[in-house]
Design a protein around this ligand. Structure first.
Ligand code: TMP
Length: 214
């Protein structure tokens, strides 16, 4: 097997089924003999995990949208430089639970921050490293939130109004329509169908990747 790493991302609203999807993808990649590094955002390094707690916990002080955006990118750049880029440089694959698309969707759509502001920060901190494939699990926000509620107490972001998640979803879909390496998976389908769609996309990606490397 060739030692060329790939960067895969799973995205979606709360309750879209990211964790199950990530387990399916992990099992499949391990069967192919891939050396896999798994990450989550915000988080994935000790310092970035502290930022995760900060943004997820309900705070007495209002966290401004701009501060929230900067915290997401602070966590991201820690993870990118200290974990993701070194893993890809070694030839490992990276499977990420959320990445940059989340900030564009949640802070750009949900919080309605300008794309100019977000793009400026992205340009300044991300560097050239981009996902090779993003699977966006698309769910109706009301359905996703009902699933998240059934899991237990809601965090600071999960407590937002439905309209926040509708705007977030709209940006997710708009990005997916524009960017060729983002694939939309209909996560409202029965679990077995969702799993099969994910495996079909992965198999296609795997074959394309290996054809390109041959
Ligand atoms: P989750 O990993 O359990 O989905 O929680 C992460 C939360 O943080 C989720 O509500 C989405 C939100 N988020 C943003 O708002 N912007 C971001 O850039 C990232 C990575 C996550």
């Amino acid at each position: 097997m060739t030692k060329q790493g790939r960067f895969l991302v799973v995205e979606g609203l709360e309750g879209a089924g990211k964790s199950t999807a990530i387990q399916t993808i992990t099992d499949w990649l391990q069967q192919q003999g891939v050396q896999l590094v798994s990450t989550r955002e915000p988080g994935g390094t000790p310092l970035a995990e502290q930022i995760r707690s900060l943004v997820k916990e309900v705070q007495a002080e209002h966290l401004t949208p701009e501060a929230e955006l900067l915290l997401m990118y602070a966590a991201r750049v820690q993870l990118l430089r200290n974990v993701i880029e070194p893993a890809l440089a070694r030839g490992d694959w990276v499977l990420a639970d959320r990445h940059d698309m989340s900030s564009r969707a949640y802070q750009g759509g949900g919080r309605q921050l300008s794309s100019q502001l977000i793009d400026g920060i992205r340009q300044a901190v991300l560097g050239p490293c981009r996902p090779d494939l993003t699977l966006y699990l698309d769910i109706d926000p009301a359905e996703g939130l009902a699933r998240a509620q059934a899991r237990g107490e809601l965090d600071r972001i999960e407590r937002e109004q439905l309209a926040f998640f509708e705007r977030t979803r709209a940006v997710y879909l708009a990005i997916a329509a524009e960017e060729p390496n983002v694939v939309v998976i209909d996560a409202g389908q029965p679990l077995a169908v969702v799993q099969q769609s994910i495996l079909t996309e992965l198999d296609h990606f795997w074959k394309t990747t290996h054809a390109a490397l041959a």
